[in-house]
Design a protein around this ligand. Structure first.
Ligand code: F6P
Length: 320
């Protein structure tokens, strides 16, 4: 069985690799680590490494991925996938476990259908934008990282009576933005799921000022707008605020996984191996209401995961 991580890295990927390797060994399956995701699957040879229990010692608490990751352009081509299939065949890989997000599972679905290779996925992306699991690996850690950073921004914002626009990650979704907003008491958020209206933003900010708020924080999901642009547009309308912008960027992707992500990764890893042994394929493991579920890749990647309206409501009530 081959295991690889692909796409944007996410805290908890190492814990998942460990669980897949040890879960596999427990069931007497030989596990091969594939370096750099689909790039390694295409190139084979030096990119493949037989894994034993000790190879995954001391990594449960480490961010990043010991198997490294990549976004492979070549795997999008038929020729690339053919090379990958030859590597799978030549190395007697009977099944693959893919740890990643949307792009990873899109590739896995095409590959598994074209070449009849069983692939099981483990959801790992800080964006939490997959259908078929309550939480993707890395989302909890990334949100906690954002919360810690925003708390620090609040300290300096309050000291100087400033307005900060803080841009968080989330390519298509506002999940990191919404949870970190509630947890830090941000004044408002801008997310891809809701239309942004500058008038309303100005209203919220003026309201805060009139009600003696000493600082304001607006969290902007990168998929909705550029925080820099929103700040510039605001400053063209009013000079009432001393405006600063912080882009949290890739610091949200690194760091030691939270206890939550470590346990989630451990469960996903073992469940993925067991699911594969029972014949699951072309599907992603997930936990929904604490119950294990396998969701076809097609559903996991194509479904529109909706933002929690209840949390949005709570967020706006508490920002007054
Ligand atoms: O999918 C995870 C993610 O971190 C997104 O939030 C972000 O838009 C994207 O990856 C950034 O990708 P890259 O690291 O390739 O720039």
């Amino acid at each position: 069985m081959g295991v690889f991580t692909s796409g944007g890295d996410a805290p908890g990927m190492n814990a998942a690799i460990r669980a897949v390797v040890r879960g596999g060994i427990f069931y007497k399956i030989e596990v091969v680590g594939i370096l750099e995701g689909y790039t390694g699957l295409i190139n084979g040879r030096d990119y493949l490494k037989k894994m034993n229990s000790r190879d995954v010692s001391g990594i449960i608490n480490k961010g990043g991925t010991i198997l490294k990751s990549a976004r492979s352009e070549e795997f999008r081509t038929k020729e690339g996938r053919e090379k990958a299939y030859n590597v799978v065949k030549d190395n007697n890989l009977d099944a693959l476990i893919a740890i990643g997000g949307n792009g990873t599972f899109t590739g896995a679905h095409i590959f598994g259908t074209e070449y009849d290779v069983p692939v099981v996925g483990i959801p790992a992306t800080i964006d939490n934008d997959l259908i078929g699991c309550d939480y993707t690996l890395g989302y909890d850690t990334a949100t906690n990282t954002a919360v810690e950073a925003i708390d620090r921004i609040r300290d300096t914002a309050s000291s100087h009576n400033r307005l900060f626009f803080v841009e968080v990650m989330g390519r298509d979704k506002g999940f990191i933005a919404l949870r970190s907003s509630i947890a830090t008491g941000a004044e408002t958020i801008i997310v891809p799921e809701k239309n942004f209206e500058m008038d309303k933003l100005v209203q919220v900010l003026n309201y805060g000022k009139q009600n003696k708020k000493t600082s304001s924080i607006v969290i902007v999901a990168e998929g909705a707008a550029s925080a820099v642009k929103v700040a510039e547009d605001l400053q063209e309308i009013t000079d009432e605020f001393d405006v600063k912008v912080t882009i949290l960027g890739h610091l949200q992707r690194g760091g030691s996984p939270t206890c939550f992500d470590r346990i989630l990764a451990s469960r996903y890893g073992v469940l993925a191996v067991e699911g594969m042994m029972k014949g699951e394929r072309d599907a992603m493991v997930g936990l929904i209401n604490r119950k294990a579920r396998f969701t076809p890749f097609k559903t996991a990647i194509n479904g529109e995961r909706e933002i929690d309206e209840e949390l949005l409501r709570i967020d706006s009530i508490l920002a007054i």
